[in-house]
Design a protein around this ligand. Structure first.
Ligand SMILES: NC(=O)c1ccc[n+]([C@@H]2O[C@H](COP(=O)([O-])OP(=O)(O)OC[C@H]3O[C@@H](n4cnc5c(N)ncnc54)[C@H](OP(=O)(O)O)[C@@H]3O)[C@@H](O)[C@H]2O)c1
Length: 333
């Protein structure tokens, strides 16, 4: 028997996410596998803001959903020998039993000396989000790009990719330490602590003539003020996320923004990263060499131990992570 632990969400999230909303459940799983079955142990697990708002918990215990990087610890499936590393949407589980391996995916590039954790971050879903969310903005050299949530998993990559295309990059993040990382290490042109400075004052200095492309991770008041006051004529906005609203219990009535969109002839586009799935290989072909050469930098905030899943997740809404938040639950190799 192997002891399986999983984090469950028995009654949904209360208004503001709390570690108390999640319960740890333990079960025994037989190690006598059937032909085709694969038993895996989670090595790295992802916590992401979307887990607050999308998807239903899985199975009778209402296990939290999510992606993990796992290693094969027992197998009766020739495609997945012992020790193989794979990705799966296996949820917040310490172990996972795949019935036939069809729900397991290989990491689609050679890791080289990179940690497998990158497959959940810079070279995983968040990296792809930055790549495609920036691409739809059709950024051009010489333009001004703004990204909020700038020191997070997605935002930190958006700014660097925009710099590589010759844009002036302005990031907004929630601490001076994060802002220093953005300007000193990632070479953003400007980084502002949105808790200390108004957008008005930040743009007087950094973009007095307006912003051409805006990558929005935060939504809410930030989005509203950008669209009504700080976009340049023909500006483009990509709506990636709206983390400032994920804990809201009431629907907001937005003040009118349509005339601002009209007069400035703005383009505003929402996107979901998985709509670009057919092009993921192209993105990896571009990004993997950049990461390996150190030209696309990244940070991971690692939480040690499977029991840290709730703390890691709740921390996303308190700004506790810099770069990608990941839980390390096992060892590889
Ligand atoms: N469209 C898609 O397909 C797609 C895919 C992936 C992610 N997303 C979205 O992209 C956004 C960023 O995701 P991520 O994975 O990169 O997360 P992340 O930025 O690594 O983590 C969340 C960060 O958001 C900031 N934050 C939290 N609450 C906030 C608030 N009320 N106001 C302003 N900032 C707040 C915090 O940083 P500070 O310290 O700076 O406040 C926190 O560290 C999220 O909105 C997510 O839902 C969308």
């Amino acid at each position: 028997m192997v002891k399986i632990r999983h984090w469950t969400l028995p009654n949904g999230f209360k208004a503001h996410v709390s570690e108390n909303d999640l319960k740890l459940v333990e079960e025994d799983l037989s190690e006598d596998l059937q032909q085709g079955e694969v038993l895996l142990e989670s090595v790295y697990l992802s916590v992401d803001p979307y887990m607050r708002i999308h998807g239903d918990p899985i199975g009778p215990h209402k296990t939290m959903f999510g992606e993990a990087c796992l290693k094969v610890i027992k197998t009766r499936n020739g495609e997945f020998p012992l020790g193989t590393l794979v990705l799966a949407n296996s949820g917040w589980r310490s172990h996972y039993l795949s019935k036939d391996g069809k729900d397991l995916r290989s990491i689609p590039y050679d890791l080289g000396s990179l940690s497998p954790s990158v497959s959940l971050g810079v070279l995983g879903m968040p990296g792809l989000t930055a790549y495609f969310g920036l691409r739809i903005l059709e950024p051009k050299a010489g333009e001004i790009c703004v990204v909020n949530g700038a020191a997070g998993a997605v935002g930190s990559l958006v700014g660097q990719l925009a710099k590589q295309k010759g844009l002036t990059v302005i990031g907004f993040a929630g601490s001076d330490e994060k802002c220093n990382w953005l300007t000193n290490d990632l070479k953003f042109d400007y980084a502002f602590n949105y808790k200390k400075i108004s957008l008005e004052d930040a743009f007087k200095k950094a973009a007095p003539k307006g912003v051409d492309v805006f990558f929005d991770n935060v939504g809410g008041d930030f989005f509203h003020e950008m669209v009504t006051k700080h976009m340049a004529h023909n500006g483009r906005v990509s709506i990636c996320g709206s983390i400032s609203n994920y804990n809201d219990t009431e629907k907001h009535k937005f003040p009118q923004i349509n005339m601002d969109i009209l007069f400035h002839e703005l383009t505003i586009r929402g996107f979901m990263v998985y709509s670009f799935e057919k092009e993921f290989d192209t993105a990896f072909n571009d990004m993997v060499p950049l990461v390996k050469k150190g030209e696309l930098k990244f940070k991971e905030t690692l939480f040690e131990g499977f029991e840290q899943m709730p703390a890691a997740f709740v921390g996303l809404f308190k700004g506790e992570n810099t770069g990608k938040a990941i839980v390390k639950a096992g060892n590889y190799p």
